[in-house]
Design a protein around this ligand. Structure first.
Ligand code: ZN
Length: 85
């Protein structure tokens, strides 16, 4: 769990029960969760032909001309972990 995921967990656990019951913070929680996930490096999807973003399936994560791996997906901003097995 990275620092964003930990903060999100603390935030959600700290919410009063009545808020959770009303669902008032569900939209905020979803937005924050989206950021936490984007900042959590994900392993790119690779096959014999291409390399794809694990989140949006975009091909914009690798420069084939310069054989360069992008840190983030150019389309959705997902942080990538090229070392992950
Ligand atoms: Zn993407």
């Amino acid at each position: 769990m990275n620092k964003y995921q930990e903060a999100l967990k603390r935030f959600y656990q700290g919410l009063p029960k009545e808020y959770k019951a009303l669902g008032v913070c569900e939209c905020d929680y979803s937005l924050l969760k989206e950021i936490a996930e984007k900042e959590t490096p994900k392993k790119p999807i690779t096959d014999v032909h291409s390399k794809y973003c694990p989140k949006c399936r975009s091909l914009m994560i690798y420069d084939y001309e310069y054989e360069s791996e992008f840190t983030r997906c150019s389309d959705c901003g997902q942080l990538l972990d090229w070392e992950a097995k």
